[in-house]
Design a protein around this ligand. Structure first.
Ligand SMILES: NC(=O)c1ccc[n+]([C@@H]2O[C@H](COP(=O)([O-])OP(=O)(O)OC[C@H]3O[C@@H](n4cnc5c(N)ncnc54)[C@H](O)[C@@H]3O)[C@@H](O)[C@H]2O)c1
Length: 275
Protein backbone atom coordinates (compact mmCIF):
# COMPACT_ATOMS: atom_id res chain seq x y z
CA UNK A 1 0.00 0.00 0.00
CA UNK A 2 1.18 3.53 -0.64
CA UNK A 3 2.27 5.55 -3.65
CA UNK A 4 5.59 6.29 -5.35
CA UNK A 5 6.23 9.94 -6.15
CA UNK A 6 8.85 12.13 -7.81
CA UNK A 7 9.27 15.83 -7.01
CA UNK A 8 9.67 18.19 -9.99
CA UNK A 9 11.35 21.35 -8.69
CA UNK A 10 13.66 21.06 -5.73
CA UNK A 11 13.74 24.60 -4.39
CA UNK A 12 12.13 26.02 -1.26
CA UNK A 13 8.82 24.18 -1.66
CA UNK A 14 10.23 20.95 -3.10
CA UNK A 15 12.64 20.52 -0.19
CA UNK A 16 9.92 21.16 2.39
CA UNK A 17 7.54 18.75 0.63
CA UNK A 18 10.29 16.13 0.61
CA UNK A 19 10.88 16.48 4.35
CA UNK A 20 7.15 16.39 5.12
CA UNK A 21 6.58 13.25 3.01
CA UNK A 22 9.68 11.54 4.41
CA UNK A 23 7.76 11.34 7.69
CA UNK A 24 5.26 8.92 6.06
CA UNK A 25 7.42 6.22 4.44
CA UNK A 26 4.67 3.60 4.66
CA UNK A 27 2.30 5.77 2.62
CA UNK A 28 4.53 7.75 0.27
CA UNK A 29 7.91 6.78 -1.18
CA UNK A 30 9.85 9.70 -2.64
CA UNK A 31 11.75 8.03 -5.49
CA UNK A 32 13.73 11.07 -6.47
CA UNK A 33 13.73 14.67 -7.56
CA UNK A 34 13.96 16.47 -10.91
CA UNK A 35 15.37 19.95 -11.04
CA UNK A 36 16.93 21.73 -14.00
CA UNK A 37 19.66 23.14 -11.75
CA UNK A 38 20.57 19.69 -10.39
CA UNK A 39 20.35 18.09 -13.84
CA UNK A 40 22.54 20.82 -15.37
CA UNK A 41 25.24 20.06 -12.80
CA UNK A 42 24.89 16.36 -13.51
CA UNK A 43 25.11 16.67 -17.29
CA UNK A 44 22.89 14.83 -19.75
CA UNK A 45 23.10 11.44 -18.05
CA UNK A 46 21.57 11.75 -14.60
CA UNK A 47 20.82 10.33 -12.07
CA UNK A 48 23.92 9.43 -10.18
CA UNK A 49 23.84 11.94 -7.37
CA UNK A 50 21.71 12.28 -4.29
CA UNK A 51 19.86 15.42 -3.30
CA UNK A 52 18.25 16.55 -0.09
CA UNK A 53 19.14 16.90 3.54
CA UNK A 54 21.06 14.02 5.15
CA UNK A 55 17.93 12.74 6.89
CA UNK A 56 16.11 12.24 3.58
CA UNK A 57 18.45 11.94 0.62
CA UNK A 58 17.07 10.79 -2.73
CA UNK A 59 18.40 10.36 -6.28
CA UNK A 60 18.24 13.05 -8.93
CA UNK A 61 16.08 11.61 -11.72
CA UNK A 62 15.55 12.48 -15.34
CA UNK A 63 11.98 12.86 -16.63
CA UNK A 64 11.64 9.51 -18.48
CA UNK A 65 12.76 7.62 -15.37
CA UNK A 66 10.42 9.60 -13.13
CA UNK A 67 7.46 9.06 -15.46
CA UNK A 68 8.15 5.35 -15.73
CA UNK A 69 8.56 4.68 -12.03
CA UNK A 70 6.35 7.17 -10.19
CA UNK A 71 2.58 7.00 -9.70
CA UNK A 72 2.56 10.76 -9.20
CA UNK A 73 4.84 13.64 -10.17
CA UNK A 74 4.59 16.57 -7.76
CA UNK A 75 5.26 19.82 -9.61
CA UNK A 76 6.62 22.67 -7.47
CA UNK A 77 9.01 24.18 -10.02
CA UNK A 78 7.49 26.90 -12.23
CA UNK A 79 4.70 27.46 -14.77
CA UNK A 80 7.26 26.81 -17.51
CA UNK A 81 7.95 23.37 -16.01
CA UNK A 82 4.23 22.56 -16.21
CA UNK A 83 4.17 23.64 -19.86
CA UNK A 84 7.36 21.75 -20.71
CA UNK A 85 6.68 18.47 -18.89
CA UNK A 86 3.00 18.30 -17.89
CA UNK A 87 1.61 16.96 -21.19
CA UNK A 88 4.28 14.23 -21.39
CA UNK A 89 3.61 13.12 -17.81
CA UNK A 90 -0.17 12.94 -18.33
CA UNK A 91 0.14 11.24 -21.74
CA UNK A 92 2.26 8.51 -20.12
CA UNK A 93 -0.59 7.71 -17.68
CA UNK A 94 1.29 9.14 -14.70
CA UNK A 95 -0.60 11.46 -12.37
CA UNK A 96 0.50 15.05 -11.85
CA UNK A 97 -0.05 17.42 -8.92
CA UNK A 98 0.38 21.03 -10.03
CA UNK A 99 1.39 23.90 -7.73
CA UNK A 100 2.26 26.40 -10.49
CA UNK A 101 -1.39 26.95 -11.36
CA UNK A 102 -0.65 30.06 -13.41
CA UNK A 103 0.28 27.71 -16.26
CA UNK A 104 -3.34 26.56 -16.48
CA UNK A 105 -4.53 30.03 -17.43
CA UNK A 106 -3.63 28.74 -20.89
CA UNK A 107 -6.89 26.90 -21.64
CA UNK A 108 -5.26 24.70 -24.29
CA UNK A 109 -2.67 23.42 -21.82
CA UNK A 110 -5.41 22.95 -19.21
CA UNK A 111 -7.43 20.81 -21.65
CA UNK A 112 -4.34 18.73 -22.47
CA UNK A 113 -3.59 18.12 -18.80
CA UNK A 114 -7.16 17.09 -18.06
CA UNK A 115 -7.45 14.84 -21.13
CA UNK A 116 -5.68 11.92 -19.41
CA UNK A 117 -4.98 9.10 -19.21
CA UNK A 118 -2.93 10.40 -16.23
CA UNK A 119 -4.89 12.46 -13.75
CA UNK A 120 -4.07 16.14 -13.13
CA UNK A 121 -4.64 17.37 -9.56
CA UNK A 122 -4.44 21.04 -8.57
CA UNK A 123 -2.90 22.02 -5.24
CA UNK A 124 -4.77 24.46 -3.01
CA UNK A 125 -1.35 26.04 -2.41
CA UNK A 126 -1.14 29.20 -0.36
CA UNK A 127 -4.85 29.77 0.28
CA UNK A 128 -8.03 28.21 1.63
CA UNK A 129 -11.65 28.62 0.56
CA UNK A 130 -11.28 26.99 -2.87
CA UNK A 131 -13.78 24.30 -1.83
CA UNK A 132 -16.41 26.99 -1.27
CA UNK A 133 -15.63 28.74 -4.56
CA UNK A 134 -15.74 25.42 -6.42
CA UNK A 135 -19.10 24.61 -4.81
CA UNK A 136 -20.49 27.97 -5.91
CA UNK A 137 -18.98 27.79 -9.43
CA UNK A 138 -21.40 29.01 -12.07
CA UNK A 139 -23.25 31.26 -9.61
CA UNK A 140 -20.48 33.74 -8.85
CA UNK A 141 -20.70 37.40 -9.85
CA UNK A 142 -17.28 38.60 -8.77
CA UNK A 143 -14.14 37.57 -6.93
CA UNK A 144 -11.65 40.17 -5.83
CA UNK A 145 -8.12 39.21 -4.80
CA UNK A 146 -5.98 41.78 -3.01
CA UNK A 147 -2.43 40.50 -2.51
CA UNK A 148 0.19 42.33 -0.46
CA UNK A 149 3.80 41.12 -0.48
CA UNK A 150 7.25 42.41 0.36
CA UNK A 151 8.78 44.18 -2.67
CA UNK A 152 11.63 41.64 -2.78
CA UNK A 153 9.08 38.85 -3.11
CA UNK A 154 7.72 40.45 -6.30
CA UNK A 155 10.99 41.16 -8.08
CA UNK A 156 11.90 38.79 -10.89
CA UNK A 157 13.94 39.10 -14.10
CA UNK A 158 10.93 39.20 -16.47
CA UNK A 159 9.23 42.28 -14.94
CA UNK A 160 8.16 45.15 -17.17
CA UNK A 161 10.08 48.41 -16.69
CA UNK A 162 7.08 50.18 -15.14
CA UNK A 163 6.40 47.41 -12.64
CA UNK A 164 10.06 47.22 -11.64
CA UNK A 165 10.08 50.99 -11.08
CA UNK A 166 6.94 50.77 -8.90
CA UNK A 167 8.44 47.99 -6.78
CA UNK A 168 11.72 49.85 -6.43
CA UNK A 169 9.82 53.00 -5.45
CA UNK A 170 8.15 51.05 -2.63
CA UNK A 171 11.60 49.92 -1.49
CA UNK A 172 13.05 53.43 -1.70
CA UNK A 173 10.21 55.27 0.02
CA UNK A 174 9.28 52.60 2.57
CA UNK A 175 5.60 53.03 1.62
CA UNK A 176 3.21 50.57 -0.08
CA UNK A 177 2.76 50.93 -3.85
CA UNK A 178 0.02 49.32 -5.96
CA UNK A 179 2.02 47.56 -8.68
CA UNK A 180 -0.71 45.72 -10.57
CA UNK A 181 -4.45 45.82 -11.06
CA UNK A 182 -6.24 43.74 -13.67
CA UNK A 183 -7.20 40.29 -14.90
CA UNK A 184 -5.88 36.88 -13.85
CA UNK A 185 -4.23 36.37 -17.25
CA UNK A 186 -2.39 39.69 -17.04
CA UNK A 187 -1.41 39.06 -13.40
CA UNK A 188 0.04 35.67 -14.32
CA UNK A 189 1.80 37.11 -17.38
CA UNK A 190 3.43 39.84 -15.27
CA UNK A 191 4.19 37.76 -12.16
CA UNK A 192 4.32 34.11 -13.30
CA UNK A 193 5.64 32.55 -10.11
CA UNK A 194 4.12 35.01 -7.63
CA UNK A 195 0.39 35.00 -8.20
CA UNK A 196 -0.67 31.37 -8.60
CA UNK A 197 -3.37 32.20 -6.06
CA UNK A 198 -5.16 34.32 -8.70
CA UNK A 199 -5.18 31.40 -11.11
CA UNK A 200 -6.43 29.09 -8.34
CA UNK A 201 -9.46 31.33 -7.76
CA UNK A 202 -10.33 31.52 -11.46
CA UNK A 203 -9.90 27.78 -11.99
CA UNK A 204 -12.06 26.98 -8.94
CA UNK A 205 -14.73 29.40 -10.16
CA UNK A 206 -14.60 27.81 -13.62
CA UNK A 207 -14.32 31.29 -15.09
CA UNK A 208 -11.17 33.40 -15.00
CA UNK A 209 -13.09 36.50 -16.05
CA UNK A 210 -14.94 36.87 -12.71
CA UNK A 211 -11.64 37.44 -10.87
CA UNK A 212 -10.00 40.86 -10.49
CA UNK A 213 -6.52 41.03 -9.02
CA UNK A 214 -4.53 43.75 -7.28
CA UNK A 215 -0.94 43.37 -6.10
CA UNK A 216 0.69 45.78 -3.66
CA UNK A 217 4.38 45.91 -2.79
CA UNK A 218 4.60 46.81 0.89
CA UNK A 219 8.04 47.15 2.46
CA UNK A 220 6.46 47.06 5.93
CA UNK A 221 4.64 43.76 5.33
CA UNK A 222 5.80 41.14 7.79
CA UNK A 223 3.46 38.54 6.27
CA UNK A 224 2.12 37.88 2.77
CA UNK A 225 -1.58 38.67 2.76
CA UNK A 226 -4.35 37.63 0.39
CA UNK A 227 -7.78 39.17 0.91
CA UNK A 228 -10.41 37.36 -1.14
CA UNK A 229 -13.91 38.80 -1.50
CA UNK A 230 -16.54 36.65 -3.21
CA UNK A 231 -20.02 37.75 -4.30
CA UNK A 232 -22.61 35.42 -5.79
CA UNK A 233 -25.89 33.60 -5.42
CA UNK A 234 -24.67 31.57 -2.43
CA UNK A 235 -23.85 34.71 -0.45
CA UNK A 236 -21.01 37.10 0.20
CA UNK A 237 -17.81 35.56 1.50
CA UNK A 238 -14.54 37.10 2.61
CA UNK A 239 -11.30 35.32 3.46
CA UNK A 240 -8.27 37.08 4.87
CA UNK A 241 -5.10 35.02 4.79
CA UNK A 242 -1.92 36.25 6.42
CA UNK A 243 0.80 33.76 5.55
CA UNK A 244 4.33 33.41 6.85
CA UNK A 245 6.71 33.53 3.90
CA UNK A 246 8.73 30.37 3.24
CA UNK A 247 12.05 30.91 5.05
CA UNK A 248 13.95 29.81 1.92
CA UNK A 249 11.96 31.93 -0.57
CA UNK A 250 9.96 35.04 0.48
CA UNK A 251 7.99 34.81 -2.81
CA UNK A 252 6.31 31.59 -1.60
CA UNK A 253 4.20 31.02 1.52
CA UNK A 254 5.24 28.37 4.03
CA UNK A 255 1.68 26.99 3.79
CA UNK A 256 2.17 25.91 0.17
CA UNK A 257 4.48 22.97 0.92
CA UNK A 258 2.14 21.79 3.66
CA UNK A 259 -0.84 22.00 1.28
CA UNK A 260 1.02 19.92 -1.30
CA UNK A 261 2.13 17.29 1.22
CA UNK A 262 -1.37 17.15 2.69
CA UNK A 263 -2.84 16.60 -0.78
CA UNK A 264 -0.34 13.83 -1.57
CA UNK A 265 -1.16 12.08 1.70
CA UNK A 266 -4.85 12.16 0.81
CA UNK A 267 -4.07 10.64 -2.58
CA UNK A 268 -2.15 7.97 -0.67
CA UNK A 269 -5.26 7.17 1.36
CA UNK A 270 -4.57 9.12 4.54
CA UNK A 271 -7.76 10.79 5.84
CA UNK A 272 -9.80 12.63 6.87
CA UNK A 273 -11.10 13.33 3.36
CA UNK A 274 -12.92 16.64 3.16
CA UNK A 275 -14.67 16.83 -0.19
N1 LIG B 1 -0.22 27.43 -5.76
C1 LIG B 1 0.38 28.27 -4.91
O1 LIG B 1 -0.26 28.87 -4.04
C2 LIG B 1 1.87 28.49 -5.00
C3 LIG B 1 2.50 29.22 -3.99
C4 LIG B 1 3.87 29.40 -4.08
C5 LIG B 1 4.59 28.90 -5.17
N2 LIG B 1 3.95 28.21 -6.14
C6 LIG B 1 4.70 27.68 -7.30
O2 LIG B 1 5.74 26.85 -6.85
C7 LIG B 1 6.91 27.15 -7.59
C8 LIG B 1 8.14 26.80 -6.76
O3 LIG B 1 8.23 27.66 -5.63
P1 LIG B 1 9.57 27.70 -4.75
O4 LIG B 1 9.34 28.71 -3.68
O5 LIG B 1 9.99 26.34 -4.37
O6 LIG B 1 10.61 28.29 -5.82
P2 LIG B 1 12.20 28.11 -5.84
O7 LIG B 1 12.71 29.14 -6.80
O8 LIG B 1 12.76 28.08 -4.46
O9 LIG B 1 12.41 26.64 -6.47
C9 LIG B 1 12.02 26.29 -7.77
C10 LIG B 1 12.92 25.14 -8.23
O10 LIG B 1 12.36 24.58 -9.42
C11 LIG B 1 13.39 24.42 -10.39
N3 LIG B 1 12.78 24.58 -11.71
C12 LIG B 1 12.15 25.67 -12.21
N4 LIG B 1 11.71 25.43 -13.46
C13 LIG B 1 12.09 24.16 -13.77
C14 LIG B 1 11.93 23.34 -14.92
N5 LIG B 1 11.36 23.80 -16.03
N6 LIG B 1 12.42 22.07 -14.86
C15 LIG B 1 13.05 21.60 -13.76
N7 LIG B 1 13.23 22.35 -12.63
C16 LIG B 1 12.76 23.61 -12.65
C17 LIG B 1 14.43 25.50 -10.09
O11 LIG B 1 15.74 25.11 -10.52
C18 LIG B 1 14.34 25.61 -8.55
O12 LIG B 1 15.26 24.74 -7.90
C19 LIG B 1 6.80 28.64 -7.95
O13 LIG B 1 7.51 28.93 -9.14
C20 LIG B 1 5.32 28.82 -8.11
O14 LIG B 1 4.96 28.69 -9.49
C21 LIG B 1 2.61 27.98 -6.07
Amino acid sequence: MGIDVAILGYGAIGRSVHLLLAQHPQRVRVLGVLDRAALAKEGPKPPRRSAGPPEARVPVLDLPTAIKRADLVIECASPSAVRAHGPEIIAADTDLLVASLGALVDARLGAQLHAGPGRCHLSTGAIGGLDLIRAAAGTLEAIELETVKLPAALLHPGLSGAQREDIERAQATGSPVLVFSGSVSDAVAGFPSNINVAAALGLAAGDLSVVRVSITADPTATLTSHTITVRGETGNHRFKLRNFPDPANPASSALTARAIASGVLRLAGVGPHFI
